[in-house]
Ligand binder design. Structure first.
Ligand SMILES: Nc1ncnc2c1ncn2[C@@H]1O[C@H](COP(=O)(O)OP(=O)(O)OP(=O)(O)O)[C@@H](O)[C@H]1O
Ligand SMILES: [Mg+2]
Length: 447
């Protein structure tokens, strides 16, 4: 697994020329430190192109000059800027001396994943592309130098005061194995169990398919330690969820006509002294969630269900606590301050792409997802980004139907408005793949 020390900053930009009946591009990649190098790739649009000039003068000044001069020379021949200057990171070994010819395709695809096509005007804007590149390279270089000259403030990972013994991989009720992840230096599953033992409610937030539900289930579904009841109760929130969905309701027996009390997940969790997982908690009307407040903050240690007068108050014991999950970007998501403050721990859950790679996700898809995430953080992309669930679906589909089918299926999953841009970052390799579509009648098989 590459460490951050193995990553270097690269700068890239692209010129384009579609005059005179041909459609050509010229890409530039510069690395200024630790070993300055400039790579170029040029060819016909849509083709892999070839490595044109490369210099390795071991001098960042020379790299900048070479890159700017060549950009200017191309501009004079009618090329204009088609992909804007962008800073991105690449593994250092991609530009190891002697190797970069083989690796230029990988550098280019990382570049493509973090940049966007500039508006093609057909004319060089003033100042010229070369002048722009020069000033951008110089200021990026100066900023990088300032950063490396700044006294390094050592921020060692905070050593957890208590070291929690790891729980280890857990098989979830659906049979899949959960691989624990690190959370501020401790194992996530051990952390959740520890939070439970301190009655500290935990709120997990993140995009769909990053592992929020899986983490809670893995921590508690099979947890029968200390002779406790194992398992957890789950309620999945919607805008229609009511307090009665938490507590329970009277259901009429269709034959006898009598009414029977059907406990809801909150009641069952308190009775059995197990955690309550409130999935999609931000979709639930805050007024309905008030049913949880006094139990969550410990001001009341018994559950009273006034809707069923025959029920005595049920004592809330030490194994009960709440794990909430939500996706902040979902339309209608709302969390009241009163609710937020009752969660002792707030944890963001994002996809662990190294785990995804270990689980069979191809390296190119990991690169695409990481770069799209990086672009989202930079504000240069606001479209769909695959997460662990999508990667797992890809791996399973590719295993049964082949990679091309899986790419086709993935493309169909991308929201229509993001598809063109997404396809572009997939690069040359999957250029011809189209989103999965039902075709004509299949040949008749044997009956
Ligand atoms: N650490 C992990 N180890 C193994 N598999 C994992 C891990 N985390 C998540 N997964 C798998 O990734 C998929 C998505 O996880 P999960 O359903 O928990 O996502 P989520 O964050 O709850 O999504 P949503 O917000 O849509 O409910 C599941 O198939 C799950 O089994
Ligand atoms: Mg979930």
């Amino acid at each position: 697994m590459p460490t951050t020390g193995d990553a270097v900053t690269a700068y890239g930009w692209e010129l384009h020329n579609d005059s005179g009946g041909s459609d050509k591009y010229y890409q530039f990649f510069a690395v200024l430190s630790p070993s300055p190098v400039m790579l170029t790739r040029h060819g016909r649009t849509g083709q892999a192109g070839q490595l044109g000039t490369n210099v390795n003068p071991a001098d960042p000044e020379k790299v900048i000059r070479e890159a700017v001069n060549l950009t200017r020379a191309k501009e004079k021949k009618g090329y204009y800027l088609s992909r804007d200057f962008v800073e991105f990171t690449i593994p250092a070994d991609l530009i190891a001396p002697g190797d970069f010819k083989e690796n230029i395709g990988d550098v280019a695809s990382r570049f493509a994943a973090v940049t966007t096509h500039a508006t093609l005007t057909g004319a060089s804007p003033a100042p010229s592309a070369a002048d722009q590149m020069e000033s951008k390279l110089r200021s990026a270089h100066a900023a990088a130098q300032r950063k490396s000259a700044a006294p390094r403030r050592r921020t060692p990972a905070p050593a957890p005061a208590v070291s929690l013994p790891p729980v280890g991989p857990q098989t979830r009720p659906n049979g899949s194995v959960y691989q624990p992840r690190l959370l501020g230096g401790v194992e996530d599953l051990a952390f959740l169990r520890d939070a439970r033992s301190h009655s500290e409610n935990v709120l997990l937030s993140g995009p769909p398919g990053t592992g929020k539900t899986a983490m809670a289930e893995a921590a508690f579904a099979m947890d029968a330690v200390d002779g406790r009841h194992s398992g957890l109760e789950t309620i999945v929130g919607t805008a229609e969820t009511t307090a009665m969905d938490f507590l329970g309701t009277f259901v009429q027996d269709p034959v006898q006509g009598t009414f029977e009390w059907q406990p809801g997940p909150l009641m069952r969790s308190v009775v059995n002294d197990v955690p309550l997982l409130v999935d999609e908690i931000a979709l639930i009307d805050p007024r309905e969630l008030a049913v949880l407040y006094e139990l969550m903050d410990g001001s009341r240690r018994e559950l009273r269900i006034t809707q069923n007068p025959s029920l005595d108050p049920i004592p809330v014991r030490s194994g009960w606590f709440v794990v909430g999950t939500y996706n902040p970007d979902v339309p209608g998501a709302q969390l009241s301050d009163a609710l937020l403050s009752r969660f002792h721990h707030h944890v963001e859950v994002l996809t662990d792409w190294d785990l995804a790679a270990d689980m069979g996700t191809p390296a190119w898809l990991v690169t695409v997802a990481k770069n799209l995430t990086e672009r989202t953080d930079l504000g240069t992309y606001d479209g769909w980004v695959p997460q662990l669930r999508d990667a797992m679906a890809f791996v399973a589909t590719a295993a049964r139907f082949g990679e091309e089918f899986a790419v086709s299926s993935l493309l169909r999953k991308v929201p229509a408005q993001d598809r063109t841009e997404f396809k572009e970052v997939l690069g040359e390799r999957h250029k011809a793949v189209v989103p999965l579509t039902l075709g004509s009648r299949a040949p008749r098989g044997r009956r």
